[in-house]
Write a protein that binds this ligand. Structure first.
Ligand code: KG4
Ligand code: ZN
Length: 336
């Protein structure tokens, strides 16, 4: 089965063609990061307008790269939520209409299920069951995964998502959006020991997170060391970035180990934009090895939003018999 995947839930237009026999045939991504960077975050209306311009040309590009005629596409999968309503509607309308025109089935995919299954696209995929840490700009969740569609929420952030915290801390340090990769790059020049940031909610039991306190801590530290231009000197900024990143990573690592212990699972899967973070991968690998457990993740380009994860998750859903009718439905909020 050949499935065209369309991802437009936020600020990336991601298109991919997945073949259930041969794997991923082609994929393309257009990022709107430049468009939104001067606003310090995603502007929903601009995102929708850009998806309208980019989606069909990228579909054509992916089909050409795969050497596949549109008549050889067996189904279309599009992100149906959660995400920005206008952006979702663009991908859903185009995806559902292409399927109608090509007379093939369509399926609406949960964006976070796409993230969760993305590590399955790697040469050595994880085996069910596992615990998944979903860490993106909108979500921080620990989920017990028994199989496709069998998800039990173990814990989640009570306020900001981890990615959102990275983005907000970056803004305080005058770094562009998205902040995660910028903080990580700046932290390389920093000394994480100079400032001792808290590891929120790790000293009491449970698997929930809270990152808003870290945001306040960052702001206070920046203000305490600010110079005339409102920012600390360059080395201090790097030290703050390093201390912040280390605090987020340690918090995630502590809760992941706790979730594995609680469920008795031996495998952890990390997915979503923040799972691209190198320090998180390194510390999880080291700590989980101590417990005799393993961590799996996708290649960096499939950690952040992409079409491949939607094509893949859609393919599994279609194989399980799921399809959507002609009435196009999107869900800006949609629990996993
Ligand atoms: O999954 P994603 O592309 O979009 C959502 O579904 O939200 O995640 C984007 C988030 C942003 O907050 C971004 O700052 C963060 O992932 N991110 C990172 C890294 N790369 C992306 N955070 C930390 N380290 C990174 N290397
Ligand atoms: Zn995402």
């Amino acid at each position: 089965m050949r499935v065209l995947g369309i991802e437009t839930s936020c600020d990336e237009t991601g298109i991919a063609l997945y073949d259930s026999e041969r794997g991923l045939l082609a994929h393309a991504l257009y990022s709107q990061v430049q468009l939104h960077s001067e606003y310090g975050g995603v502007v929903p209306e601009l995102a929708s307008r850009d998806h309208v311009r980019k989606t069909l040309p990228l579909v054509e590009q992916v089909l050409a790269e795969a050497g596949v005629e549109s008549s050889d596409v067996d189904a279309v999968a599009y992100t149906a939520g959660p995400g920005l309503i206008g952006a979702l509607m663009v991908g859903a309308c185009i995806g559902r209409s292409l399927a109608y025109a090509w007379d093939v089935p369509a399926v609406g995919v949960h964006h976070m299920e796409g993230h969760l299954l993305a590590p399955m696209l790697e040469p050595q995929p994880p085996q069910f069951p596992f615990v998944a840490l979903l860490v993106s700009g909108g979500h921080t969740q620990l989920v017990d995964v028994q199989g496709i569609g069998q998800y039990e929420l173990l814990g989640e952030s009570l306020d900001d998502a981890a990615g959102e915290a990275f983005d907000k801390a970056a803004k305080m340090l005058d770094l562009d959006y998205p902040g995660g990769p910028r903080i990580a790059a700046m932290a390389e020049r920093g000394d994480e020991r100079r400032f001792k940031f808290p590891r929120p909610m790790t000293d009491r039991p449970g698997l929930d997170f809270s990152f808003s306190g870290l945001k306040t801590y960052t702001l206070t530290t920046v203000r305490d060391h600010a110079q005339a231009d409102g920012l600390p000197d360059d080395q201090t900024c790097a030290d703050i970035a390093a201390a912040f990143q280390s605090a987020v990573v340690d918090t995630l690592v502590i809760k992941c180990r706790r979730a594995l212990k609680q469920t008795g699972r031996k495998t952890l899967v990390i997915a979503g934009g923040v799972s691209a973070n190198q320090l998180l991968r390194q510390r999880l690998e080291a700590k989980l090895a101590e417990d005799g457990n393993r961590v799996f993740y996708a290649r960096p380009e499939f950690c952040t939003d992409n079409g491949a994860m939607i094509a893949y998750a859609g393919c599994l859903r279609l194989q399980a018999g799921e399809t959507q009718g002609l009435a196009i439905d999107v869900r800006p909020r949609w629990p996993l």
